[in-house]
Design a protein around this ligand. Structure first.
Ligand code: HEC
Length: 148
């Protein structure tokens, strides 16, 4: 189970290894990408710690999960206007289904809030990370261009 959670978390990391934000012209697109980068930084910290690449520190990991929780309310407002850029990976369906998009942002907020206090050691961190990463992927799968 632990192994599986770690594998899932590692996949989440691999899926976000390449960033589109270099060369973005539209500041509104840049702003939403920056917000994503902030979430990514904290998830990566949790992944590195779960994998043992950096020392386990439960309170630092909880703080990262709580920063993700606090960062999520800005997702919906940042994406509300249907802004585009040649470098954007956002799919047009976001603006046809903005309620669903917003609900997926809310799911991430709830996942991070639920997972944060469960983090005590590496196994519980691995589980929390996979749980939060799953909420990121649920939205990316539907609303972010893949393989770009
Ligand atoms: C409600 C939907 C949603 C959720 C939840 C979400 N994302 Fe995203 N994310 C997107 C969309 C849409 C894009 C593409 C934005 C664009 O290119 O205009 C994106 C882009 C990104 C990018 C690329 C940014 C860049 O500079 O190219 C990263 C990294 C990222 N997300 C990480 C995360 C992480 C980590 C989480 C969870 C902690 C997360 N996202 C949760 C919708 C979401």
């Amino acid at each position: 189970m632990l192994k599986r959670s770690l594998a899932t978390a590692a996949l989440a990391l691999a899926a976000t290894a390449v960033f589109a934000h270099q060369g973005v012209q539209n500041p509104a697109v840049m702003a939403r990408m920056h917000s994503m980068m902030g979430l990514d930084k904290d998830l990566k910290l949790m992944i590195s710690m779960a994998k043992g690449e950096i020392a386990m520190d439960a309170s630092a990991a909880q703080a990262a999960a709580l920063r993700i929780q606090r960062g999520t309310p800005q997702i919906s407002p940042l994406f509300q206007a249907p802004e585009t850029d040649p470098k954007s990976e956002a799919l047009p369906a976001i603006w046809d289904e903005f309620d669903t998009f917003t609900a997926l942002a809310r799911d991430l907020e709830k996942a991070a809030a639920k997972a944060a206090p469960t983090i005590q050691d590496r196994p519980t961190l691995a589980q929390a990370t996979a749980y939060i990463g799953g909420a990121c992927r649920a939205c990316h799968k539907r609303y972010r261009q893949q393989n770009k």
